[in-house]
Design a binder for this molecule. Structure first.
Ligand code: PHE
Length: 355
């Protein structure tokens, strides 16, 4: 019987030596030291021996049990430590590695243009103001010398606000999405603070969607009202803006035009950057402009009826107004060449990231 125990001990120790994983460790424990393990089963056989043989073999059995348990404990310590080490090696973290850089965005190029335009006008005392982008037709048309049903209104392809096919009407007429920022003119005068040097930049809406037109776009509206303001000031402000925004070599001109709310009215042109105002590139006609000039936007001296609508006496005050599209202005600046204005609002990051 003693030999049986000693052989079992030898076998167990040899197996323990080879154990590498926690799974093998548990299997070996069950096999040799478990309640129904090899050692326990062999010990049951002691009962069949006579007393002196049982005492002798019993002593060996106890020694073997202690040795196997001690060896198992040492094996367990070795395997558990090894497993921890292996995990450490695997999950090791190099804190000196550079981290994942979070994506940092920037403002949209239209917002950049709005900021830039605001800054240029601020240098000559124009204050940025905001006016409603959903407004009564009174401010969008009527107060601008366009009485109800006046055909000139058709030039602004206006969205009306309403419900169930009915146009909503408020205390000052129908409610529109502002088709231009000129609604800010009379609103600014109504504040009653003079002189006025305003630049109002906002969203405008028109029923149009082509490569050159968006249903939503931005305009900036300049308004200067004081005593003795003349076309000279208008031209001066326009020149200043164009040279700051487009470049010192750009020229400007006023071309007679017609608006109901200014008299006289002009269209503002700037010399073309591609042909430098000559209308020719390498002997051929310039592809960008018409005759050396690009059309920028509308302007004029504020009509006396508009001054009256704003509560001002046209014999005392005069002023000029101008207004044109931010997107168009931005695209006309040399260097930015977008052939479809809708590209601006497609939210394609490959495009937007370039600016
Ligand atoms: N509001 C006009 C437009 O949308 C532009 C303009 C503004 C003209 C101010 C004259 C004065 O076309």
């Amino acid at each position: 019987m003693n030999d049986v125990f000693l052989q079992l001990q030898q076998e167990a120790l040899a197996v323990f030596l080879k154990i590498q994983t926690l799974e093998e460790l548990e299997a070996a424990r069950v096999e040799y030291l478990g309640r129904k393990g090899r050692l326990a089963e062999t010990m049951k056989e002691l009962a069949a021996l006579d007393e002196s043989a049982r005492r002798d073999a019993g002593k060996t059995a106890n020694d073997v049990k202690r040795t196997v348990e001690a060896s198992f404990a040492a094996t367990e310590a070795r395997v558990v430590a090894g497993a921890a080490e292996a995990r450490q090696a695997q999950e090791w973290l190099d804190v000196s590695l550079p981290g994942t850089v979070p994506a940092v965005g920037h403002v949209h190029l239209t917002t950049q243009a709005i900021d830039e335009i605001t800054n240029i006008f601020r240098h000559i005392g124009f204050v940025r103001s905001r006016h409603p982008e959903v407004d009564w037709d009174y401010y969008a048309f009527e107060s601008l010398n366009m009485p109800k049903d006046h055909p000139a209104r058709d030039e602004w392809e206006t969205f009306f606000v309403g419900e169930n096919g009915e146009v909503a009407t408020g205390e000052k007429g129908k409610i529109v999405l502002t088709p231009h920022t000129s609604n800010g003119q009379v609103r600014e005068m109504e504040k009653g603070e003079l002189p006025i040097r305003m630049v109002s930049i906002g969203k405008c809406y028109r029923r149009q969607a082509t490569a050159r037109h968006l249903p939503m776009f931005h305009q900036f509206e300049g308004l200067m009202i004081d005593k003795h303001v003349t076309v000279t000031e208008l031209k001066g402000v326009f020149d200043y803006f164009v040279k700051r925004y487009f470049g010192a070599n750009r020229e400007t001109r006023l071309r007679p035009f017609h608006f109901r709310f200014t008299e006289p009215s002009f269209e503002l042109d700037i010399s073309c950057a591609v042909c430098n105002g000559t209308a020719k590139v390498d002997g051929a006609k310039c592809k960008l402009c018409k005759g050396g000039w690009l059309e920028l936007g509308g302007a004029g001296m504020v009509h006396p009826n508009v001054l009256k609508a704003g509560g001002l006496d046209p014999n005392e005050y005069t002023g000029f107004a101008f207004g044109w599209g931010v997107e168009r202005t931005m695209m006309m600046r040399s260097g930015i060449n977008i052939d479809d204005i809708r590209t601006l609002y497609k939210n394609d990051l490959r495009f937007l990231k370039q600016f």
